[in-house]
Design a protein around this ligand. Structure first.
Ligand code: SIN
Length: 336
């Protein structure tokens, strides 16, 4: 573990930094080149770079991975979950910051939010531009994340994501742009739960999970859950192609409010007899999907405010926890 202690005697919060790679650790080799490689800067190097800002925090770092977040899944989730568990149990750690690629940060954040207690601040942060780019946002986002993780008020809010001077709750955070820095992420249905800059931090509202334990057990054995993205005129054969191994669950990124062609719906209903759990989400950016009367006879679940990728994470966790009761699955989506 690498450590950086500021040369002051006042109490500084102790922040554990868990690094996984992504653009925040990426390098282009030129300040103006568009192409770059994520996951190039190691945690020791990163903490050296941070030291020059003289933050009022004592940082210790652990390299969990150094990869693009498109490759993050159950193995890295397990390593992160276990490292955060250690940090939460360590009286010498006040808060945790995870550096992560932005592409799947919302999924990692939500998975950890579902499976960790809300007793210490856990902040996930990334960057839209590599570290050596003109106008790189990584160091500012990181300094903001350390400020949030250092604040006792951050605990009791579950995992939060810090990007573009905004604090978003894990269940709301969505990547909504592939370019740009300030507005690459948005909260839905709740917007920001706070604002942060290197100089100031402001929360909107009180913590809602104070002292709360983990809502679901974390399992190393995460099931495969596919997402089927609907387009006009899609056929039932697609369902057969995506369900060859009898997965326990599937998320439909439906048109409009989680809708799908009749033939697709009928084929999914037929698969229900094998215990398949079908969640109707929406491919629409800010899509709310409520239950409709046909969901009862069809045996479908409505994703409510969760987008398809977050619905998939929740369904994976529910299946790993052996939850098969559709009423309880629906209740989990009603209150994620
Ligand atoms: C990644 O998600 O690892 C690459 C993109 C990014 O971090 O912004």
């Amino acid at each position: 573990m690498s450590e950086k202690t500021p040369a002051h005697s006042a109490y500084f919060p102790k922040i554990r930094v868990l690094a996984t790679g992504g653009t925040i650790a990426g390098m282009a080799g030129s300040a103006t080149r568009h192409e770059y490689r994520p996951g190039q800067i190691g945690i020791d190097d990163w903490l050296e770079r941070v030291a020059e800002f003289g933050l009022a925090a004592h940082l210790s770092g652990v390299q969990i991975a150094n990869i693009g977040s498109e490759d993050i899944g159950p193995p890295v989730w397990s390593a992160l979950h276990s490292a955060i568990g250690d940090a939460m149990a360590d009286d010498d750690v006040d808060g945790i910051v995870i550096t992560h690629g932005t592409d799947t940060a919302e999924e990692t954040a939500f998975l950890l939010d579902l499976t960790l207690p809300a007793t210490k601040p856990v902040v996930i942060v990334g960057a839209m531009r590599p570290a050596d780019a003109v106008g790189s946002d990584g160091m500012r986002n990181f300094v903001n994340a350390v400020r949030v993780a250092s604040d006792p008020e951050a605990s009791g809010r579950g995992v939060v994501l810090v990007m573009g001077d905004r604090i978003l709750a894990a269940r709301d955070a969505r990547k909504v742009r592939t370019r740009g820095t300030d507005d690459a992420f948005r909260g839905f249905p709740r917007g920001s739960i706070g604002l942060v800059t290197p100089a100031a931090l402001e929360w909107f509202g009180r913590p809602w999970r104070e002292g709360e334990g983990a809502r679901y057990a974390y399992s190393e054995a995460m099931p495969e859950v596919p997402i089927l993205y609907m387009g006009a005129g899609m056929t039932a054969e697609l369902v057969d192609r995506i369900l060859p191994e009898n997965p326990r669950g599937i998320v439909i990124a439906g048109v409009g409010e989680g809708n799908m062609p009749d033939a697709v719906r009928e084929r999914l209903i037929a698969h229900r007899k094998n215990g398949l759990i079908v969640v109707r989400a929406s491919r629409v950016d800010e899509g709310l999907v409520d239950r409709e009367p046909e969901d009862d006879p069809n045996g479908f679940v409505a994703a409510r405010a969760l987008n398809p990728q977050k619905s998939r994470v929740l369904l994976m966790v529910l299946i790993a926890n052996k939850e098969g009761d559709l009423n309880r699955v629906q209740a989990a989506f009603d209150n994620p």
